[in-house]
Design a protein around this ligand. Structure first.
Ligand SMILES: C[S@@+](CC[C@H](N)C(=O)[O-])C[C@H]1O[C@@H](n2cnc3c(N)ncnc32)[C@H](O)[C@@H]1O
Length: 474
């Protein structure tokens, strides 16, 4: 399969001929004028706007049908007629003269096709579908448009100003390339978005200085919530921080696709348990020391944690250590599985009729030595247990012993928001056995309360496979 060769043409001062005078021809004329072309229109009748452009002396118009010879001296032509015969004739002349031709909606008579363009200042993104679906190209362009706002045009202007200076200050081309990526991946865009251009300049300035070892200043640690599983559930800010990272320190529950978002040269350091929960996690003190060390070397460190960093994620301990070490940090909250796992199965954690409060409990602390107030828990309308799959029989039994009805609805959601999400529902009396029979594997979240019965739970269960619970802690 051959592809169209993408290019942005410099049309300044070049002759462009548009055959046709309707609404589409008008759009093409405006775009050609915008690119600085000298535009001639050939059509028996033309739109009012084209009339106005002619009156203003911006275009010339021949009010007659196309005839051979009209493309003389043209660099590029557009046939915007609905007459295939006319298109064929224009095509024949264009081919003879070597003039680039786009015949609108008539691919066989095109030597170039016009992409859908998203433009912000000097940033232009062109989308082509090889002429197969202009409508899809437009929708894709709109999606891109939502990602690339006016702040990128401003950032580009800033970068353009810097180009010559940077070439002087950082003569090594390889180092300079890396630095450019650092700058564009950095949070300078955030400052621009807020309208703080001076802040963006200062941020870029610090990055440039940081490239010189003797001036390399203190780094920063971003403690970022990665969301419950699906990589689309990280926040926009989290993703921006990740894309700017020089070091990513991550846990087991972080989706691998998110790691691909960090720059290719970023160091990736795994500090979680192996899959299935086996092996020894790295001691928290070691993780703290790692974050401090990398930040002191001047790096942008992203500590990426499943869900929200402050929900059973030891984020608080890391913040304490960073504070004590005088290392700057910022917390980027995440979507916690405590709310998102039930939500992904259609279970709300609050409900006007069923629960005006919910608690989140560390399920792995529910064994014999648990010092939780079970009488109080048993009185609450909605309970969410994380890390509780292994202790599920003890948790449900305890709640019943402490006064909760055995008929209270309950559900376990495993691998929530991921393609292998599974939900098992039952009551306090039946759930542990059902979850065991279904062979659910961690990570899994338990929900207890009438909220479970308040909404139809997404039916994604597969038939029970190997009926055994993973021995690993969740
Ligand atoms: C150490 S805790 C961390 C929680 C995380 N900080 C959060 O806010 O979601 C890990 C527990 O979160 C729950 N969990 C995480 N991801 C999950 C998922 N995709 N589906 C169900 N539960 C999940 C499980 O209970 C798992 O044992």
């Amino acid at each position: 399969m051959t592809h169209f060769y993408p290019a942005f043409l410099d049309l300044r001062g070049r002759r462009a001929v548009v055959v046709g005078g309707g609404a589409i021809a008008e759009q093409k004329v405006v775009a050609l004028l915008d690119a600085g072309a000298r535009v001639s229109v050939i059509s028996p009748s033309v739109s009012r706007r084209l009339d106005d452009l002619e009156a203003a002396g911006t275009v010339t118009i021949e009010r007659r049908p196309y005839r051979p010879g009209d493309l003389a001296g043209a660099f590029l032509a557009i046939a915007a007629t609905d007459d295939r015969g006319a298109n064929r004739a224009v095509w024949a002349e264009a081919e003879t003269r070597g003039v680039l031709l786009n015949a609108v909606d008539d691919l066989p008579h095109c030597s170039f096709i016009a992409p859908a363009i998203h433009r912000q200042g000097d940033v232009a993104v062109a989308v082509s579908t090889a002429g197969k679906s202009p409508a899809l190209a437009v929708r894709l362009r709109e999606r891109i448009g939502r990602l690339i706002g006016p702040e990128y045009a401003t950032l580009l202007d800033l970068l353009g100003e810097l180009r010559a200076e940077l070439a002087q200050r950082v003569p090594d081309a390889r180092v300079r390339t890396r630095l450019w990526y650092r700058i564009v991946d950095s949070d300078a865009i955030e400052s621009v978005r807020r309208g703080d251009i001076a802040g963006a300049r200062a941020r870029i300035g610090r990055l440039v200085e940081a490239e010189e070892p003797e001036t390399r200043g203190a780094g920063i640690v971003y403690i970022v919530g990665a969301g419950p599983g699906d990589p689309g559930l990280i926040t926009r800010r989290g993703l921006e921080r990740l894309r700017a990272a020089e070091v990513v320190v991550y846990d087991r529950l972080v989706h691998p696709d998110l790691l691909d978002e960090a720059p290719p040269w970023a160091e990736r350091i795994f500090v979680g348990k192996r899959s299935g929960g086996e092996g020894h996690p790295i001691a928290q003190e070691k993780i703290n020391a790692l974050l401090i060390e990398w930040a002191r070397r001047g790096g942008i460190v992203v500590r990426l944690k499943g869900g929200d960093p402050f929900v059973f994620g030891r984020g608080a301990e890391e913040c304490e250590a960073l504070r004590a070490a005088g290392v700057p940090y910022e917390v980027v909250p995440g979507v916690t599985s405590a709310i998102a796992a039930p939500g992904a199965a259609g279970i709300p954690v609050t409900h006007r009729r069923h629960a005006s409060a919910f608690v989140v409990v560390a399920g792995h602390e529910c064994g014999e030595a648990s010092d939780l107030d079970w009488d109080a828990l048993a009185r609450l309308p909605a309970l969410v247990f994380l890390m509780g799959l292994r202790a599920l029989p003890q948790i449900t039994a305890r709640l019943i012993t402490h006064g909760m009805s055995p008929d209270t609805p309950a559900a376990v959601i495993a691998s929530a928001t991921l393609p292998d999400q599974r939900t098992v529902t039952g009551t306090l009396a039946t759930l542990a056995e059902r979850a065991y029979a279904a062979g659910l594997e961690p990570p899994a979240t338990l929900v207890v309360g009438d909220v479970v019965a308040s909404a139809p739970v997404a039916e994604r269960d597969r038939p029970a496979a190997a009926a055994c619970l993973s021995p690993g802690a969740m």
